[in-house]
Unconditional design. Structure first.
Length: 529
């Protein structure tokens, strides 16, 4: 049997007793007790790209909201053209509502602030407190990244949260934060690429991590897990051919360890463009720096972190209140999303405002496409690194002027090792293929953004309003997070996650009602099987 003919999954089958050699050692297998086979899978990862202030939904969404989406479909989209080459690996999740929507009367959530409460609640599903703290109210619970990381990261390490452009001014401003490691406590993460890169370079060896480092990062290697069994087997009286097979199999284990860890190297960093010049050029400063330089560096750091398996939960976000001068824009992004160049509501529209917003939207799409391309360029066993992730582009809201949270734009790349369907749009709100694309450009018709008609440029609140909580359950289950009998993610749990957050009804966020999840479970229609 040629050791080079066996693929990685085939030989990583048994980790208990004599079963470690059962596929290869016929004479020994007949004399040893049978044990249950435990498959060893590649890591499954959650990678999130988060952008502020929504988008022009009518340019972002395709006309078809349910069914196959091909390369031609994406190529025909105004905003998502850069994603066309990856159509068969994309999943567009339609019909979702984010929780805790701001309005004057608090009909769909709290009345704290349109951005404070959304950023605070987005990945927590919790109201923000104190409710009257416009910029500093924080959620009463941890965020998705921390809930996931404590279960799936090596040794329960914290998630990797990267603020593209730096963390300046955002360590106490909820409008610029999406990560919380404890109730009412901001987790600022990293804003400087050099900090992340220096941690990763500590994992580099001469072409591979050392055995000790690999063990520390990944928990235990395959050889560590079977070392005692191997030692016992090597002392067993066996035929000469079986001895050779056992020797070949040990070689295979060493070879596979090296093939996984060898990619975590200085050579790979260089291949990804993570040079000293790139790292220094992407440092975040006041105002966010040059995001066109910072974003690809941060994304390549996310890819390298995944390759090195130093983190399986990676969140990154663009800066709030940034002026995209790198796109030759002079108005700040938040003000553009309001159409008037400032944070108020209603007034004279900025000249050519829709094309300016579209520039930012297209830039975000290009960055996400770059991330997808990089993940899809790395081999991992018989698949690509992308295939073993759920890589998701989330947006703070739907339309940035109406601030509506239903009809949320969500695009996922990668099926997370076959957990999710790909190559299509799935409308979880009834499966209709003609769901509205919104009304983002039905404004500024006469050069004015009318104060009394802001809601009309979004999507009516009764449309595309299925709770995002259930999709978060999908994501957690896909990467291996477990729940206890309550259905909430719990370290040491033994069942699938079916509940997330305090409420799954946006109307309850402006109440003091007890915690209520009306519709537990995940969206089964998103699963491949």
């Amino acid at each position: 049997m040629s050791k080079h003919l066996l693929n990685r999954r085939r030989f990583l089958y048994g980790l208990g007793g004599a079963v470690v050699a059962a596929p290869f050692l016929s004479s020994v297998a007949e004399r040893q007790a049978k044990a249950q086979s435990v498959p060893v899978d590649v890591p499954k990862r959650l990678i999130v790209f988060f952008t502020h202030y929504g988008c022009l939904t009518n340019r972002w969404f395709p006309a078809k909201s349910h069914g196959p989406l091909t390369t031609a479909d994406y190529a025909a989209m105004q905003t998502l053209k850069p994603l066309a080459p990856y159509a068969d690996k994309l999943l567009m999740v339609r019909g979702i509502r984010q929780m805790n929507e701001w309005s004057f009367g608090g009909d769909l959530g709290q009345t704290t602030d349109p951005h404070t409460q959304v950023c605070g609640s987005f990945f927590t599903g919790q109201p923000v407190t104190p409710a009257d703290a416009k910029f500093t109210a924080t959620p009463a619970g941890r965020s998705l990244d921390h809930i996931c990381a404590e279960q799936v990261n090596p040794m329960g390490a914290a998630p990797l949260f990267m603020q593209i452009g730096g963390v300046t001014g955002s360590t106490n401003n909820t409008q610029a934060i999406i990560s919380y490691d404890a109730p009412n406590r901001i987790f600022p993460g990293f804003g400087t690429p050099s900090q992340i890169f220096s941690q990763l370079t500590n994992l580099f060896g001469k072409g591979a991590m050392s055995a000790d480092t690999y063990k520390a990062v990944r928990g235990k290697s395959v050889i560590d897990l079977v070392r005692d069994d191997l030692s016992s087997l090597q002392r067993v009286d066996m035929s000469g051919s079986d001895k050779q097979r056992l020797s070949d199999w040990v070689d295979l284990l060493h070879e596979t360890n090296a093939s996984v860890s060898a990619q975590c190297s200085a050579d790979m960093a260089t291949q990804l463009g993570l040079t000293d010049a790139a790292i220094k050029g992407a440092g975040g400063g006041p105002g966010g720096g040059d995001i066109s330089k910072a974003a690809p560096v941060m994304m390549n750091l996310a890819v390298l972190s995944a390759i090195c398996d130093s983190n399986r939960v990676i969140f990154m976000k663009t800066p709030g209140n940034h002026t995209y001068s790198e796109l030759q824009l002079t108005e700040e992004h938040h003000g553009l999303s309001h159409r008037i160049g400032g944070p108020n509501m209603g007034g004279p529209c900025v000249a050519d405002v829709f094309n300016k917003i579209a520039k930012v939207d297209a830039f975000f799409a290009e960055q996400f496409a770059f991330l997808v391309k990089q993940l899809d360029s790395i081999n991992e066993g018989d698949k690509k690194l992308l295939d073993n992730t759920a890589t998701v582009w989330f947006q703070e809201m739907s339309d940035g002027n109406s601030h509506n949270l239903n009809n949320l734009p969500i695009l996922q790349a990668g099926g997370c090792a076959g957990y999710f369907k790909t190559g299509q749009a799935i409308n979880v709100d009834g499966g209709k293929a003609d769901l509205t694309v919104g009304h983002s450009e039905e404004d500024c018709v006469d050069g004015q953004s009318a104060f009394g008609k802001l809601d009309s440029v979004g999507t009516p609140p009764t449309v595309a309003s299925r709770p995002i909580n259930k999709y978060f359950c999908n994501l957690m289950n896909a990467i291996g997070v477990k729940a206890d009998a309550s259905g909430f993610a719990t370290k040491g749990g033994d069942r699938e996650v079916s509940r997330f957050g305090k409420y799954d009804d946006s109307k309850l966020f402006n109440t003091n009602d007890p915690a209520t999840i009306n519709n537990p479970g995940e969206y089964s229609e998103l699963r491949a099987s």
